[in-house]
Design a protein around this ligand. Sequence first.
Ligand code: MN3
Length: 201
Amino acid sequence: MPFELPELPYAENALAPHISSDTMAVHHGKHHRSYVEKLNDAIADSDLERVSLEEIIQKTANVEDLQHIFNSAAQAWNHAFFWNCMSPAGGGQPSSAVEAFLTDGFGSVDAFKKEFAEAAGGQFGSGWAWLYISNGGPKISAMPNAETPLMHGLTPLLTCDVWEHAYYLDYQNRRGDFVDVFLNKLINWDHVDRILSEQDN
Ligand code: MN3
């Protein structure tokens, strides 16, 4: 079965005015769709047709000949994850479990936001800012292009797409403003809480 473009978990205009429906239409309907289509083309008639997206990412990460498959698979996964990291009812305060987890790692939720914003702003060129679980605690990294904590066997909790296509229509070159809105108006803390509660750490 070929992979399919997952539907957005909310209407295309649901994140406006923070992210416009024009951005969502292009980002989900064109960019994300194109990663899924390129992946399907690349794995057609190969053994990779019968494994999960997560397995494809693991099997192709850092394999030079399969870099094009890794890029499409990881971008397909990253975008599906990213949509769920945001909500029209997002922002506000995390659950007490998430707050405690972030406070253990960073000192406070505000300190987490500051470090995440620095990672997102410091990523030179295209990439993603990630919050993930490493050795039982929270860690933040910026990763270039299609890279994802999944390729290292780590559990992602949150991501912000900092490719220019994620924000250019709405924020032009002001990536910092976009990341600030992501952190304060859009984060789906319930999504983070759900993943964290599924861990047995
Ligand atoms: Mn993108």
